[in-house]
Design a binder for this molecule. Structure first.
Ligand code: GTP
Ligand code: MG
Length: 147
């Protein structure tokens, strides 16, 4: 069963969107297996966004993600990675469809509210980076009704 790393970014936390976002993933049928409110060190931010190191906005990105706490989560379920990405909407909230998280709550690419792993390989890397082996595994009775 697939797991994905999802994070409410500082703008989402500051705007009081943690509950809304958690609620959407719960109602979708995904299972929460890890969660924590935390501040992000410079080192963790740089490791997390290592693939963007050469991009012109890298400094801005690291500055933003370390500016205020984030809410880091691990969600589990069939195709969790792509399902979460679909629920988040396109990277640029100006282009994200209404009904998606970025489409409903975001306005600009620099503050797009949420992060989600972009592949199962990224998910493995990011879960290890943010949670080590802290994520839980447990049964829910409703599991049999979500597949
Ligand atoms: P994440 O889930 O946050 O990784 O978003 P993504 O996978 O949809 O986009 P990508 O990994 O390509 O970019 C990572 C993050 O960098 C985005 O979520 C944006 O917050 C930020 N970003 C991407 N492009 C730009 C840009 O042109 N300017 C700025 N300021 N930020 C950008
Ligand atoms: Mg990405």
């Amino acid at each position: 069963i697939e797991k994905t790393f999802v994070m409410v970014k500082p703008d989402g936390v500051q705007r009081g969107l943690i509950g809304e976002i958690v609620s959407r993933f719960e109602r979708k049928g995904l299972k929460l297996v890890g969660a924590k409110l935390m501040s992000v060190s410079q080192q963790l931010a740089e490791q997390h966004y290592a693939e963007h190191k050469e991009r012109p906005f890298f400094g801005e990105l690291v500055q933003f993600i370390t500016s205020s706490p984030v809410f880091a989560m691990v969600w589990e379920g069939e195709n969790a990675v792509s399902v979460a990405r679909t629920m988040m909407g396109k990277t640029n909230p100006a282009e994200s469809a209404p009904g998606t998280i970025r489409g409903d709550f975001g306005l600009t690419i620099g503050m797009n509210i949420i992060h989600g792993s972009d592949s199962p390989e990224s998910a493995d890397r990011e879960i290890a980076l943010w949670f080590g082996n802290e994520a839980l595994s447990y049964d829910k009775a409703v599991d049999v009704w979500v597949g």
